[in-house]
Design a protein around this ligand. Structure first.
Ligand code: ADP
Ligand code: MG
Length: 311
């Protein structure tokens, strides 16, 4: 998936710790081989290559679970969350390398090959099948697969008898019980790279998951404008509102996907969307010259009282 994972756990013996960690790593690496779009032979990449052929492709258990969840989130978010953004993300990657915006024609072509309704899913007996409608489509699970891998690896740890753990992948994380004597894992959140940023918070979290999405680390700067790796599917180009979205909910897959969806939906529609999925959210944005902060009632901590802040 092109990102580092990190695991901290408590066990009664070193052997139990090592075995559990190895089992978790091997599950993550198995999922990488299925869900990654960086691996040309992953099940996902093979599925993308069938696009436009009119063939229904049988899906393995993991890919079908992720695609079904993605489909529901796309429908619920009116397409703000969309795993068919592959061609648009590819354009963004090229733009970042060449420091030049794609042409209108290239953006329109990428938009033609994107759209969540172009992935059709159906049940066939006990399993599922997918059909990718247009030739040249490219699925990108960058906003959901790492969360799924975290949930699955946490399950493996629990099956190995490990209850106290913190597992993170590319900034998203899932926590089990806290370290001995602690009320939770101490997590720094709200690290937003502008001078007027709200105060960072330390959250103490256990038995839940947290995900962040933003353009602080992944961005292309072209002509003084910052384009995020999060694409607004309606425009076909990276978001430019400079934001950091943090989501907390029990499922890491959901937290991962919601953080991206809320980044696209913004502070007006984002919080209701997160609440509908049982998640707490904290949105920090700087779309123009002032920083805006919005958070759901159950998100831990208080917003920073900024003199110049629009609420
Ligand atoms: P990060 O990878 O930094 O944790 P996200 O979870 O927000 O951030 O995932 C961003 C990735 O998701 C992008 O790099 C891209 O692969 C994919 N993506 C971009 N825009 C969308 C979107 N609107 N819906 C679904 N996935 C997206
Ligand atoms: Mg995400």
């Amino acid at each position: 998936m092109g990102l580092p994972f990190r695991l901290v756990l408590y066990a009664t013996t070193p052997a139990l710790a090592t075995n559990a960690a190895e089992a978790a790593w091997s599950r993550i690496s198995e999922l990488n081989g299925i869900l990654s779009d960086y691996e040309p032979e992953s099940e996902l990449s093979r599925l993308s290559r069938t696009s436009g052929s009119g063939t229904w492709v049988p899906l393995g258990h993991d890919l079908s679970r992720v695609l079904i969840a993605a489909n529901t989130l796309s429908r619920d978010s009116n397409g703000a969350f969309d795993v068919t953004v592959g061609p648009e993300v590819a354009l963004w990657k090229r733009a970042r390398r060449q420091r030049e915006l794609p042409s209108k024609t290239a953006i329109n072509e990428a938009r033609r090959l994107s759209g969540w309704t172009l992935v059709e899913l159906r049940q066939n007996g006990g399993s599922h099948e997918a059909l990718l409608v247009k030739s040249g489509m490219r699925l990108d699970l960058g906003a959901i697969a790492k969360g799924y891998a975290l949930d699955e690896a946490a399950l493996v740890l629990r099956q190995q008898g490990i209850q106290r753990f913190l597992l993170s992948g590319g900034g998203d994380m899932v926590m089990g019980d806290p370290p001995p004597g602690q009320i939770g894992w101490r997590i720094e959140a709200g690290v937003f790279d502008t001078p007027e940023a709200p105060t960072r918070r330390f959250l103490h979290l256990a038995k839940t998951a947290l995900a962040t999405s933003g353009d602080s680390f992944q961005r292309a700067e072209i002509g003084g404008i910052r384009y995020s790796h999060i694409v607004d599917p309606r425009k076909g180009i990276g978001m430019t509102d400079h934001s950091l979205v943090t989501v907390i909910c029990p499922s890491a897959m959901l937290a991962d996907a919601l953080s991206t969806a809320v980044s696209v939906l913004g502070p007006t529609d984002g919080p209701d969307f997160a609440a509908h999925h049982g998640a707490e959210v904290w949105i920090i944005r700087k779309p123009a010259s002032t920083v805006e902060e919005t958070q759901s009632a159950g998100f831990p901590g208080e917003p920073t009282p900024f003199p110049n802040q629009r609420r």
